[in-house]
Design a protein around this ligand. Structure first.
Ligand SMILES: [Zn+2]
Length: 443
């Protein structure tokens, strides 16, 4: 057995079947098609059959329809839309998201969402006519979403997966807002939203290469927090324990070989504990603003010559978001990690809302509300200055409360995860003010 074959076999053992099916060739073909629409600027033609955002959206919808046809119409396709005027949209412009919904067999109201944005831009954000290939930003995220739908629609899950191709990101995160509002209007219980934006290159503008990490951005203080929550967190903590932050920790655990998670993709998560990069944003932010757990996946090293740039060469240096600066083996790894994460979350229950009672006593009581689909619960405990949860919980129980004798609660943070009968475990929800995975108004 050659070493390469052995390595491949080990990878095959570690990766769940669906993640193995992700194809770098299909991802590349999809990005090539997206680039072929010339520009996908939000103000480009919505009706031209060949060039512009309308043609690109129609193609994405057809890809979802093909995946659905292959699984006995297991996807329902929706195209929520709104008309927006704004600083970067001087005249009323239609924003349309293309969404495929794979309904869960047991708890269809619980959803996990994967998204990328299909719109593109050049140096001038208002230029809707110049060629704007948007190969990496965000052809990469769009291709990832389409591929996730192809691969995961071959299986059934107890809860719902939503695949979303968003518009209007570059003009002001309008498609993300539209989908977050849509989720709220549907009354969905949003377990997680994965925003994939710029996920397909491994070489930075300074030549630095990293194809073994992906960054995951998450907010600390939750976006739907109010003054009362701020007061409670000032008093007893919780600013580092939002649901988005715990979702980030859970994703990092998926790729940690020590925890033998299903995300062994040759890619480790580098958690970035801020909502997004400095001075920049993405479509996860409108979700966090409504109180939904959300993270942004983005490459380990960005290539600034290849983002938001007119296509040109200056002194031998190429600018513009073209395919030749991408790494499709890397994009496939990020896609596999997303697919593993989506599948695991779609099988897991919702994390329970937990509270802790430990004031002025030598023991700690942790209790939580039961959640549908949970066969048992795990109780977690970490030092207040520890970055993440330890490898093992302190208790596993079928009850909805535990007493930890001799544990002085002041010195620890606690959390609870829910575990399905098949062993699929939810992220940990922290027993702190604002730790619940639902919008703050519902916790
Ligand atoms: Zn982007």
């Amino acid at each position: 057995m050659t070493r390469a074959f052995l390595a491949l076999s080990l990878l095959a053992l570690a990766l769940p079947l669906h993640a193995q099916e992700v194809s770098p060739q299909r991802l590349k073909a999809d990005v090539e098609t997206l680039v072929g629409f010339g520009t996908r600027h939000t103000m480009s033609s919505p009706t031209d059959p060949k060039r512009g955002i309308g043609a690109a959206r129609a193609w994405a919808k057809a890809q979802f329809a093909a995946s659905s046809a292959a699984c006995g119409q297991c996807l329902s396709i929706a195209t929520p839309e709104t008309t927006v005027t704004g600083e970067r949209l001087p005249s009323p412009t239609k924003i349309v998201d293309v969404v495929a919904i794979q309904r869960g067999s047991e708890r269809p109201n619980e959803v996990v969402i994967v998204a990328g944005h299909i719109d593109s831009r050049v140096s001038d954000v208002m230029n809707a006519t110049a060629d704007a290939p948007g190969a990496n930003d965000d052809g990469s995220g769009t291709a990832l979403v389409l591929e996730a739908a192809r691969v995961l629609s071959r299986q059934k899950f107890p809860t719902t997966i939503v695949y979303a191709v968003l518009s209007g990101e570059e003009q002001g995160l309008y498609g993300g807002k539209l989908l977050a509002d849509y989720a709220k209007a549907q009354g969905w219980t949003v377990k997680a939203m994965f925003n994939n934006d710029i996920v397909g290159n491994s070489r930075g503008s300074d030549g630095l290469v990293d194809d073994t990490h992906v960054r995951v951005f998450s907010e600390g203080p939750r976006g739907d927090g109010d003054a009362a929550l701020a007061r409670a967190q000032r008093a007893i903590g919780g600013e580092n324990d939002s649901p988005s932050r715990n979702l980030s920790r859970w994703l990092a655990g998926l790729t940690n070989p020590a925890q033998t998670g299903p995300g062994q993709t040759g890619l480790a998560v580098r958690q970035v504990w801020r909502a997004d990069r400095m001075g920049r944003g993405g479509d996860h932010l409108p979700f966090e603003a409504l109180g939904y757990p959300a993270v942004r996946f983005s490459v380990a090293v960005e290539n600034y010559d290849r983002q938001h740039q007119d296509l040109r060469t200056e002194q031998g240096r190429a600018y513009g978001d073209t395919i030749d600066a991408m790494d499709f083996a890397y994009l496939a790894k990020v896609t596999r990690l997303n697919v593993a994460g989506l599948a695991a979350l779609a099988r897991a229950p919702m994390p329970p809302v937990a509270t802790v009672k430990a004031a002025v006593q030598t023991f700690t009581e942790v209790s939580w509300k039961p959640v549908p689909g949970a066969a048992r619960y795990a109780v977690w405990q970490r030092r207040t200055d520890a970055p993440g949860w330890p490898a093992k919980p302190v208790r596993v129980t079928t009850q909805t409360q535990v007493t930890l004798p001799g544990v002085r609660g002041d010195d620890w943070f606690f959390g609870v995860s829910a575990i399905a009968a098949d062993g699929s475990a939810s992220p940990v929800a922290s027993a702190v003010p604002g730790g619940g995975f639902g919008p703050q108004a519902q916790n």
